[in-house]
Design a protein around this ligand. Structure first.
Ligand code: F3S
Length: 392
């Protein structure tokens, strides 16, 4: 990969150890994927924030970087952590975990990374079309490429952090127009209306296409929320970081291979996401983190009702959206639900809260929770989730 004189200097350590390490990570990655050069980025979004998922070795690395004066050169934000410090009564009560998590957040803050602690940073600030980003968190990446039309590879936590410190990323993958073409035309032969149906479609397509880019035909005027669930699910079972939600995608000179998705495919994907039919201890909404509109929709459904004894209702979103949606938050909390920020059911210590059965409208959570949280899952529509959460 070609480096400018200045970049070479950073590689040799002229800007100190932290930037040298960051540059070496980027060059390794660039060489591996045959990038021609580094390109400037508009922003970075860093995953690997929850202590539950990264552990002590990662803290040591972050400490070393921060001590060496690491500072982000571009606007940078952080993914959810493991604790909501404003809802400690809902969180695991282990002081060591609280202290370690707080240290991680502090280290990122010291490096100039804004701890907005959400996987939907685009609700806080929407990047412009066509800008290059270095974003981690697969659901965030696929949303950026497919819905916002910004350009980002699917970064890992370390490469997104390295890109933040240098302000650049290697030019490969979907940063190049020729790699953004659709590979497969997917004809959806059954009308989809709810986010769970879009989630089931994403799970199915990720399994079938792996890293190939689909262009969907037959999605009838989908809302951005529907596409958010489609992308998050697709990026869970597959590796693609881009899809085209309609037929108006860039013209390809090749005739695309075509596959069809029918009701049976969706039913199978849907059913594969439940591991039990037992009653849930927790109903979890907000993976990926809710928009204001989603919080409003939930509030309308629980208004004037009461959450069942012994059942938790968690609605997860960013602090930013929580503030914007204050009147709906009050309705949900008056019913006995909790609007949680800074974390989510997957990256917190769920089992330790006594949760054995989790019900969710998120295909991504239903896919990951049995392994990441060791809980049984019930995948169900928003209405079914609300009915299970509320008293008669
Ligand atoms: Fe976000 Fe947690 Fe889901 S980080 S995408 S809410 S698993």
């Amino acid at each position: 990969m070609y480096l400018t004189k200045e970049e070479e200097g950073i590689y040799e350590g002229e800007e100190g150890w932290a930037n040298q390490i960051a540059m070496r990570i980027l060059v390794k990655l660039g060489d591996l994927f045959e990038a021609d050069r580094l390109i400037p980025i508009d922003s970075a979004h860093i995953s690997g924030v929850s202590y539950k998922t990264i552990g002590d070795a990662a803290i040591e690395f972050l400490e070393a970087l921060a001590n060496a004066g690491a500072k982000s050169k571009v606007r940078s934000t952080a993914n959810p952590a493991g604790i909501d410090y404003n809802h400690l009564e809902e969180m695991v009560r282990t002081p060591k975990l609280h202290e370690r998590q707080a240290r991680i957040i502090e280290l990122y803050r010291n490096m100039g990374i804004n701890p907005i602690l959400t996987c939907t940073p685009y609700y806080v600030r929407r990047p412009r079309e066509g800008v290059h980003l270095a974003w981690a968190e697969s659901s965030t990446v696929i949303y950026a490429n497919s819905i916002l039309h910004s350009w980002t590879n699917r970064e890992g936590g370390p490469s997104a952090l390295a890109a933040a410190l240098i302000g650049k990323t290697p030019n490969y993958g979907v940063h190049k127009p020729e790699n953004r073409r659709a590979d497969v035309l997917v004809k959806v032969e059954t009308p989809l209306r709810e986010e769970v149906e879009f989630g089931a479609l994403g799970i199915h397509i990720g399994r079938v296409l792996k890293d190939e880019i689909p262009s969907f035909e037959g999605l009838l005027r989908p809302e951005e929320t529907h596409l958010k669930h489609l992308g998050a699910a697709m990026a869970s079972t597959g590796m693609a970081s881009l899809f085209y939600p309609c037929v108006s995608c860039p013209k390809s000179s090749d005739r695309l291979e075509t596959i069809s998705v029918d009701m049976d495919d969706l039913k199978n994907a849907f059913e594969s996401l439940s591991t039990t039919d037992a009653s849930p201890d927790m109903i979890y909404l907000g993976c990926p983190h809710c928009s204001v509109e989603e919080v409003r929709r939930i509030a309308r459904k629980v208004k004037g009702r009461k959450i069942r004894d012994g059942v938790k209702l968690w609605v997860c979103t960013s602090r930013y959206v929580r503030r914007k949606a204050e009147e709906y938050v009050e309705i949900i909390e008056a019913a006995g639900g909790k609007v949680i920020s800074d974390t989510c059911a997957v990256v917190t210590w769920l089992k330790e809260l006594g949760v054995d059965v989790l019900m969710t409208n998120s295909a991504k959570t239903a896919y990951y929770a049995p392994t990441m949280n060791r809980v049984e899952t019930v995948f169900a529509s928003l209405d079914q989730c609300i009915e299970a959460a509320c008293q008669e």
